[in-house]
Design a protein around this ligand. Sequence first.
Ligand code: 3PG
Length: 212
Amino acid sequence: MSKVFEQLGTCPVIPVIVIENLEHAVPMAEALLEGGLEALEVTLRTPDALAAIESIARALPDAMVGAGTLIESAQFQQVVDAGARFGVSPCLTDSLATAAQACDLPWLPGAVTATEVQAARERGITDLKFFPAGTSGGPGQLKSLAAVYADVRFCPTGGVSADNLDSYLSIPAVVAVGGSWLTPADAVAAGDWGAVTRIAREACAAAVSSTS
Ligand code: 3PG
């Protein structure tokens, strides 16, 4: 059910995308791919999110487009039908885990405490989103969890940015980071896709140097 991280490609950075305007979906995805990102998480927080996933999957078959903010069981089949190749949830519950398994969708549920990580492991899930990272103890909390759960891999999101991604990626258990800083609202509203590509390229360069 995990196996999200195997699909990430060479750049361990996942943009967390909120689509306010469906017309932005494909050019935004192109700009991010141009900047070296390979996996894109489109959050189900806006009415056009599913259509955006479908458009990106159709226009850019090489992009690894996934769906985020999966908080209802029924959403799992919907995003698979739209072309999502992975799913992300802010938490892990029995019903969400059952839905992810039923669709065979690689899934990254959220966990920030030892109890939550333990519950995931007991389900055989060892790839986790650490969310909301910044307000849940940040790199210090993550290091403490990783010391206990040596077989668990994390992707912190929530408060991650260009300014602090190295403090997460320098932790061996952190195999990727994610966030919305890669698609700033002003650049997106202005259709400044060159700026989005630049931010993505800088993030990839910083990420690769943090992990090498
Ligand atoms: C997420 O869903 O992962 C977060 O909302 C992203 O948080 P950020 O906006 O602080 O990057």
